[in-house]
Design a protein around this ligand. Sequence first.
Ligand SMILES: Cc1ncc(COP(=O)(O)O)c(C=O)c1O
Length: 410
Amino acid sequence: MNNYSRRRFLSRAGLAAISVPSFSQGYKLDDLNKLNQEDLTSANISKWDLDTPALCVDLDALEGNLASLQKVVKQNGIASRPHAKTHKCPQIARLQLASGSVGICVAKISEAEVMFEHGINQLLCTTTNVTPVKIERAMNLRKWCPEFIQATDSPANARLLSAAAIAKGIVADIVVDVDPGMHRTGITPGEPALALAQLVDQLPGLRLRGILCYDGGSQHVKGFEARKKQTLERLAPAVETIRLMKKSGLNTEIFSGGGTGTYNIDHENEGFTDVQVGSYVFMDNQYVAIGGENDTERYTDFTPSLTILTTVLNDQYEGRVTTDAGAKACTINQPWPLVKGESGMEYRSGSDEFGTLTYENPSRTYRVGDKIELIVSHCDPVVNLYNQIYAIRDEKVEAIWKIAGRGLSQ
Ligand SMILES: Cc1ncc(COP(=O)(O)O)c(C=O)c1O
């Protein structure tokens, strides 16, 4: 394509010159991104006019989830340190801190960097960084962000962290990651964890702050009592580790762990300080299915707030339609996404670009161009597919939030 025809193509496609959004034809993201917050508010845009697939969060539900969590952890005498791996979005981290959380966890050093760039300081990296590049990045971040805390799970790693901290002229804050028995990450509880904590305490570049013990294998156990029994058993060795550390005069100010499935159980572990809940902000079908303390079938402590808006592309066959949200918009995590407000409909996002909705005896039929709202199956990987999230209140777009940590896996 020569320059002249390329310019004409761009201007025809609306990519070169952005005009005022068209109310009748819906809104392009490029147009919306040009609006400042005031104009966005006064434009009063309906979520149903968004171009699709679009990731949306219902603000009333999200705010309700933040408040519900804080109420329970406060009652239980502990704090929350929500995990940003779920949302990767600085605006949501800010809301979590404003709701009373004591800090924000991150899974990747890149997530920590991006949160810090967006003004979030109270950061804890729950993953041990093992390569020289990542250790250098972690200690560099600590240099500029005094509230940054890094996890470690081996003596060799602690020594590397200490050397890197000394090279930066800092003393870095460290928590020891303790394995709850999954053997995924973390050091063996008891004497090995105690020895690592003593080493961290002694190394000149490090300051011991406590331990982490995230029991991921218990979060989705179905049934509250079964979940409680399993996680308390699995955390018992970490509790014993904390006792040993206390006896040795070590700092145990942080004993962090738990998640959305165990947030109302974790305080029963002696010395436990804060829950690293992630999914509670959005909830998802995987979590709804685990059942709660009062409802054995549905986990209703938090309300699903995250949805994907999708458009019907084909309605030519009875009992089914094809939409524009497939695996690249929903992932292929199961259970499959649910159609919001409908029962007796099945949605599959099994093919790359297309979703398939099948139904019998529907309350309504869907036609080409109609929009459908899906409740996601697993929130973390879905969020990672989108650049922005539309913050919706009463069906109107209240804000557009950048998912600044999207795709940052290093
Ligand atoms: C270390 C760690 N902490 C906390 C969480 C948050 O868990 P959830 O989304 O179940 O609340 C996760 C999730 O995978 C995690 O890996």
